[in-house]
Design a protein around this ligand. Structure first.
Ligand code: SF4
Length: 433
């Protein structure tokens, strides 16, 4: 994979052990994906099942809440049964952090602003230092808003960013972060990851941008309380994608009011499209359909997505196109492509036409071709993306009788200017895909 982003240089922390494997965060490590369990940690079997389900979905680390002693007690049984490093989410009770360390946790998430006594923070630092566990230091917007001296601090520090859209908050956030980090530095502790989350995507962009200029610790990116997946995905991926594309960010958590598996899936897809992680599984593109469509493409695409996600491990590029008008040009670069027509589809593998099948058989035929192609790649007989796709579009009338036939018959819009433009990969006529 050719990297497209020059990432900011940071220190590196290591999370995990021999059994779970070690996840590196920062430095030259790939951007890791985190999520958090939605269930109760003290329900051991359910918690183990949820962590392992999230790990199977691609989570590199999973965080659990430990609000009560019964949660940290449960960690002793949970940690030996899970396949990824586990992070304890500690808010107000420093004792939970100490108990989690004793239970074998791999990392602590701590917001020093929520712990009243500096000595308690130092106890957690000492315990983590002894076991070489990293700590994520959070300065979330919420904890700053809750500060009793907020107004005073805003007046003192607001001038630093007086002409900035988030001036006061940024000033306070950075001042608090420096204050927190000093506690760690004075205790000779540097295995730190920083987070500065907010529900406001623009504040997230600004906060991490400013922090990245001032500190060389790895950054945990996230938007808090992003909402349901339908809107939360945009709220999260816009700022996180912006930061990551700017080289900022070393580990990410997308948070939805939904099954956390979706958080993992969407975070991974974000990293794949930014070429910050090597894709696992099929890279699926599909046309949005239009008035030229003559198969049930939406159902087909969903079926292809689900089936291939379960079956194919290599990042085979698969294109599912609704017709021949735009299909060939837009499927360029696909290893396996299907062009639908009048209740049928024609399948190509690296530019070679391999099958013409009725609509009902497209899914099975496509899966069979993907499996066969994957086997060839694994055997060294083919390479992903190796061949320049020179798809000669099918005879529209003889085989598909689809878009082109209708264009020729004059019963649909004509594309590409005057006359019917011959369909070739080099000169396909375009359209509105
Ligand atoms: S013209 Fe484009 S959007 Fe319309 S069916 Fe064909 S490939 Fe799909």
């Amino acid at each position: 994979m050719i990297p497209t982003v020059t990432r900011r240089t940071t220190r590196q922390v290591v999370v995990g052990d021999d059994r779970t494997g070690r996840v590196r965060i920062g430095g030259d490590a790939p951007v890791s994906v985190q999520t958090m369990t939605a269930g109760y940690t003290y329900e051991v079997d359910a918690c183990v099942a949820e962590i392992n389900r999230l790990a199977a979905a691609g989570a590199d680390l999973v965080r659990v809440a430990v609000p009560n002693r019964k949660d940290t007690e449960a960690l002793k049984e949970i940690i030996p049964q899970v396949s990824v490093p586990v992070v304890a989410d500690v808010h107000f009770h420093f004792g939970r952090a100490l108990e989690a360390v004793d239970a074998g946790i791999h990392k602590i998430r701590l917001n020093p602003g929520n712990i009243q006594d500096r000595k308690h923070v130092e106890e957690v630092i000492a315990a983590c230092k002894e076991k070489e566990l990293p700590i994520r230091v959070g300065v979330n917007e919420g904890s700053i808003v809750e500060r009793k001296d907020k107004q005073k601090r805003m007046k003192e520090l607001g001038g630093v960013f007086s002409d900035h859209r988030h001036g006061h908050f940024l000033a306070i956030m950075l001042a608090k972060l420096e204050e927190y980090l000093d506690i760690f530095y004075e205790n000779d502790f540097f295995d730190i990851v920083i987070s500065a989350k907010s529900p406001d995507p623009t504040l997230v962009i600004d906060a991490y941008t400013e922090i990245s200029k001032r500190f060389d610790h790895p950054l945990h990116l996230g938007v808090t309380h992003a909402g349901p997946r339908e809107t939360g995905s945009i709220r999260s991926v816009v700022p996180l994608g912006h930061l990551l594309a700017s080289g900022i960010g070393d580990t990410v958590r997308i948070s939805y009011a939904n099954d956390p598996v979706y958080e993992v899936e969407d975070a991974l897809e974000m990293l794949y499209v930014l070429r910050l992680r090597d894709r696992k599984g099929v890279d699926l593109i599909a046309c949005p359909t239009c008035g030229r469509i003559e198969v049930d493409l939406f159902t087909l695409v969903q079926d292809v997505r689900k089936t291939l996600a379960d079956e194919i491990e290599l990042p085979i590029k698969v294109a599912v196109m609704g017709c021949i008008v735009n299909g060939p040009g837009e499927a360029e670069g696909a290893d396996v492509a299907v062009f639908a027509g009048k209740q049928r589809g024609i399948i190509y593998v690296q530019g070679e036409k391999v099958a013409t099948v009725p609509e009902a058989e497209i899914l099975d035929a496509l899966l069979a071709e993907c499996r066969a192609f994957e086997a060839k790649v694994n055997a060294g007989e083919a390479k992903l993306g190796e061949k320049v796709v020179e798809i000669v579009p099918p005879d529209p009338i003889g085989e598909l009788g689809s878009g082109m036939a209708r264009i020729v018959a004059g019963d649909t819009e004509r594309v590409g200017g005057g006359g019917v433009t011959p369909l070739t990969v080099e000169g396909h006529p375009g359209g509105r895909s």
